[in-house]
Design a protein around this ligand. Structure first.
Ligand code: FE2
Length: 293
């Protein structure tokens, strides 16, 4: 087994003054128990503790939450600038509360199940999101996150050094250009790319708050490593896609109505698990930005 895995010290429980953060994996993610996150809207001390836990654990899970759309927006505003426009529409009267509802969304432009960080193809990728479950299938429809700090830290010094010198093109149709052309047509695609052009980011970024380094590429958005030929770029990216999503770096959440997830979209990747067929799955999402690295 890899030496890095054998020598890793698992992340531990942290007792904050108002709640405890209990890790859900060896490297990241925590369950937060005993609080209603809505209380943090007017309670700045509680908010700062949740924020600190979010920076430390990267993904937080809250169960049995009661959260109105206006409260979800108010929370997002405390974390950053609300992302108003997304790939799905907002709830009427609550711009920025995106409605993700299945099976309706199977008809839309996104049915992708590949790993990604939201909006990584933008100059300023999404910083984080609050995703709240209203209706979920009994057994399926999980979401999985992958810890990109641990994935980077476990690489050999030689690979770390090599990757630190690289940049990658992030393109929102990197993984499915032909399907997009077939669905919306070349003209609409050309128009879309004027607003959402591909963007170049470092392969290894430094987190603005934790100071930890993390891998910032993903199967859904990473198109090519800058300055490499196609074969070289393919080899590097295929290695990274396999490495960065190993089960050792994953945290999987099984939702129930009232579950809320808050994630750092810089240092984690995520993907949905589409094993629920035509079952009803209704989620409200609020995403926010802060200054990019
Ligand atoms: Fe996403």
């Amino acid at each position: 087994m890899d030496e890095a895995l054998q020598n890793r010290v698992p992340i531990d429980t942290t007792a904050y003054s108002r709640f405890e953060a209990r890790p859900v994996t060896g490297t990241f993610g925590a369950d937060i128990e005993g609080i209603q996150i809505a209380a943090a809207i007017d309670d700045n001390e509680l908010f700062q503790e949740i924020r600190a836990a979010w920076v430390k654990y990267q993904v937080l899970f809250f169960r049995e939450q009661e959260l109105e759309p206006g409260q979800q927006l108010a929370l997002g505003q405390k974390f950053g600038e609300i992302q108003k426009l997304g790939y799905v529409g907002s709830l009427e009267g609550f711009e920025g509360v995106w409605v993700q509802e299945y099976p309706d969304m199977y008809e839309g432009p996104v049915a992708d199940i590949n790993w990604h960080a939201d909006s990584s193809f933008r100059d300023k990728p999404t910083r984080g999101s609050l995703l709240y479950a209203h209706a979920v299938p009994v057994g399926g429809g999980d979401t999985v996150w992958a810890d990109q700090c641990a994935a980077y830290e476990d690489l050999s010094p030689a690979w770390q050094e090599f990757l630190r010198g690289l940049t990658c093109i992030h393109d929102n149709i990197a993984n499915n250009p032909w399907r997009v052309i077939d669905e919306i047509g070349g003209k609409a695609l050309g128009d879309m790319r004027k607003y959402l052009p591909p963007t170049e980011h470092r392969v290894v970024c430094t987190h603005p708050e934790s100071g930890r380094q993390f891998l910032f590429v993903s199967e859904l958005m990473a198109r090519e490593i800058v300055g490499m030929g196609r074969q070289e770029s393919r080899a590097v990216l295929d290695f990274l896609f396999a490495h960065q999503t190993r089960p050792e770096y994953q945290a999987r959440l099984h939702w129930a109505p009232g579950t809320l997830a808050l994630w750092d979209n810089y240092s984690t990747l995520h993907r949905g698990i589409f094993d629920f067929g035509q079952s009803h799955r209704l989620m409200h999402r609020v995403s926010f930005n802060t200054a990019w690295i």
